[in-house]
Design a protein around this ligand. Sequence first.
Ligand code: GTP
Ligand code: SPV
Ligand code: MN
Length: 613
Amino acid sequence: MGHAPVQEPVQESVEQAMTTHSGLAAWVEEIAKLTQPDTIHWVDGSEREYAELADELVASGTFTRVNPELFPNSFAAFSDPVDVARVEGRTFICSEKQRDAGFTNNWMEPSKMKEILDDRFAGSMRGRTMYVIPFVMGPLDAPDPKYGVEITDSAYVVTSMRIMARIGTDVLRQMELSNAFFVPALHSVGAPLAPGEKDVAWPCNEEKWIVHFPEERSIFSYGSGYGGNALLGKKCFALRIASVMARDEGWLAEHMLILKLISPENRSYHVAAAFPSACGKTNLALLEPTIPGWKAETLGDDINWMRFGKEGELRAVNPEAGLFGVAPGTGWSTNPNAMAAIAKGNSIFTNVALTDDGGVWWEGMTEEVPAHLTDWQGNSWTPDSGRPAAHPNSRFCTPIDQVDMLSSEYYAPEGVEINAILFGGRRKTTVPLVTQARDWTHGIFMGSTLSSETTAAATGAVGVVRRDPMAMLPFIGYDAGDYLKHWIDLSAQANQARLPKIFLVNWFRRTSSGGFAWPGFGENSRVLKWVVERLEGTADAVETPIGFTPAPGSLDLSGLEVSASDMADALKVDPAEWEQELQGIEQWYARFGDSLPADMAAELEDLKQRFAA
Ligand code: GTP
Ligand code: SPV
Ligand code: MN
């Protein structure tokens, strides 16, 4: 590697060989030589280590200890204003051939990218500690555990990874037994310290690189300390790299929640739902049903790994161990289950506001707005400040086992059988509250043409409608057309009678006066009830050109105060809106070029025909 001259062995622990895993030992040594940290810390994942790191983060000003009487063992961090969300424009899939990255990804020739990365990482950890975090995505007792090792110079990343994934010595020891393959994931905030230089509270670099080498199954992240840019087990591994593994090994890595529903008759169903970032997955995953007799249990809120089981049934596992949820809008009235999990403590909050009694607050947490706060940028804030107190992409990071409604099946390596898949987006117009696909292939078409208004979860403009296939636009680690083909081909393995039914949903449609047509949140249980009754064959539907929508009276609205005109707005299929939508879909499909599967082109033709008829 052409960069800074190689110095003395960085420090003793390299030589002490903290692992018998030869590949890992060699990689750690190589990275230490490259990045030149002061010390190396092998993360054991213990509570004691977490407490020590948290104390150090408090001392360095990265963490503010939250009032333990309000949120025990919890901390608040405030990022640099240039580092508040995923950076899609700086995210790359460096496959050997550009064609294999497809039109949805940034690409650079791998050897050229490696030169850039070598240059940026050279000496990037000077003055800092290099942490080595062994982790596994999914249960450690899975038949084929998916290991990774993140090397990072951020203690904030270590503490967050301990919440979000299974990490530490147990994982390392098991990896060593078989000298197992692991995904190497290198992260640096890109802010080396000169001798004696004082650190800042949130070190980062204005230049950011989030890079994946899919054939090598490796990840390099430089310059950001935030969320999906830095917690590399999450989007980088469990979606971008895992989607490539899934293509090669015959499974699916999806941006989906997993929810169990139990009917009043005690029948159980499992639903997976793909919504783009900040479009309602965590909220639906922690649903508090408003209809009597129905119960819900959580399995996952962001990532879902699915494969066909022995009987041709589709089985789902959540590879994560925590929630990294959007704070604004999460409140005692909208999402009491999330709030109860957060209130148990053991959480890291990023870019929320602080109350005068040392608690945290964000827009929508309570109906009453505090008279005074310290906003996420450290400024004094009052309700008439005219700006949000918490950043719109502020987050809570909380262990999933603090969710009271967590299903015991969350721990099962074999996962749960999925009965229904929902695709959904944030659309003010056009897309009805719920539409059932005509069949599996039509359902894939619905997923492939999913659209949503952009949110604060990624940097860039907010509120712009874009196509987001299966809510995976920023996360497909290979060619988008090949990805659709993989969905189509994989279902050949299915027991056709047990294929999940597919639905398109939209909680975000507006009425002509601008408000939400549908109350959402817990009331979404009414839509899920209709979905279940469609599975059972008991709910009536109207056939429309875009699929089956609820027949009048088939959606349970008992006890709900929603006007007939709002309901009509929520459910309507407006041919004028769809004329525009069809043009949008055509333009979208044109971008796939040759890689658009013929089945999808045929679905579009059929849809146009149904509107013309
Ligand atoms: P990521 O973690 O970024 O992948 O987001 P997510 O899909 O888990 O979204 P989340 O559930 O955190 O919701 C994002 C925002 O949408 C929050 O501000 C919620 O309050 C809001 N939201 C969620 N569900 C509903 C709903 O049914 N109706 C309305 N109006 N808003 C909702
Ligand atoms: C998303 O953006 O979809 C998230 C947050 O879940 S992040 O971890 O930053 O990707
Ligand atoms: Mn997400």
